[in-house]
Design a protein around this ligand. Sequence first.
Ligand code: HEM
Length: 432
Amino acid sequence: MTLAERVVSLRGKVFELVNGDNAITFPNERFGPERFREIYSHPAARGRSEGAGLSDLFWYWLSPGPEVHQEHLEDGPRYDEVARTTLRILSGPSDRITEAVTRCTAAVLDGFPGGLVRLRDLMMPVWAEFCYELVFGEPCPREARELIVGHANDVVTALKCTGLRHMKRRERLTRYLARRLGDVPHELPASLSPREQVHYLQGTFFNTAVVQLSEGMAHVLLALAQHREIQERASTADDRYLGHVLDETMRLYPLFGIAHRITKDEITLDEDTTLPAGSVLCFSYPAYHATGYEDPGRFDPDRWEALSAKEAHHIPYGIAANRPCPAWRLAPLAMRAAVREVLRRFTLDSTVTHTRSLPSRGPCLLVPRGESVSPARLRAIRTFLRVRDRWEDVGRSFLQLGLGTFMVLDARHRRLAGRYFADPAPSRCPVH
Ligand code: HEM
């Protein structure tokens, strides 16, 4: 284990200790991958926030408005109305989605001559523009793009413990959205107050959607940068092969490390094991995705020629029976279009370590197609990227440990979810 990995594992232990939940992770030695989907799909395993210490931390990270974020709403009419609205906003013909993503990607890349970038940072403005169009049905003004990127970046940086959260930065977007709420052409959930509607849009579309798509793109582009033959094939490939590249990327680097549920009722797993109501079930995506494949650690899009995504141990967008990702149709379509536009313009190269949580944001060299870099220069850049990455990794691990511990303690002190469920009256809603 490297020093950085040791610090990451220590951070996990601090989180467990401070949150104090009685958590059980699947798959495990007794209940392996063959029981994974069945347990995840259990009707009693649908609680999201109430009754777990961990929720205070998630609410802290997702503020403002975590109490109306779809991910954290408990089942009920309010959840149903919000979930229906999200699906409506995300719906639309494939060709319109493809056209909008291609245009937003082109607009951002037009101003980029190539060179060294962090892939997550490169892609975030693209998704800010695209998500703004989804919500407002018109092109994204520069002011809005900057506010959205500032907000989404702040959330994901805090989530990865590479920075603290900055509520003032996030509230600038809240104020903008409050001013523009009347311009949203979609019907918004009537059970939410105007302030809650703003928080719903901010949390779901300008945080989750922008962050997930940016992270997803950083992973797929970094995987291509490190597999040059696959990259060349992908640059002229049809949708089917690009689909395989995305499936394989999401298998090896699923965006959720762990998804959790709080049991609402007892769950009997076998004659000796019954989980009481209020248990925290943790579903490990990387562990599940690593089972049932030949040589699971290898990045091999071709394996999907012979596999059926339905039967394989592959749940990049969650489980259909238990609150799956509402963007399961849109996200792969959108990422395919963005990958095409990037590969049409650039070749990619990188020697950094590719981990699932990717706190480095994916350092990468982009060379405009048609231009070439001499072998000596390419060797020098590769060495620079590798050495800088290892160096940053050590410092960052300690930073993450320190900031993570601070945020865990601060979240525990603020107790946003705990206080909300003790008295969910709107006047007592946790602001943040
Ligand atoms: C590459 C892109 C994405 C991936 C891989 C992804 C993955 C996931 C996964 C695995 C879950 C379920 C986790 C669980 O079981 O708790 C989820 C939930 C969710 N995702 Fe995504 N997501 C992506 C993009 C998006 C986008 C674009 C949106 C836009 C609105 C979105 C909104 C949500 C919401 C609201 C939930 C909560 C669903 C619920 O509890 O009803 N995601 N996502």
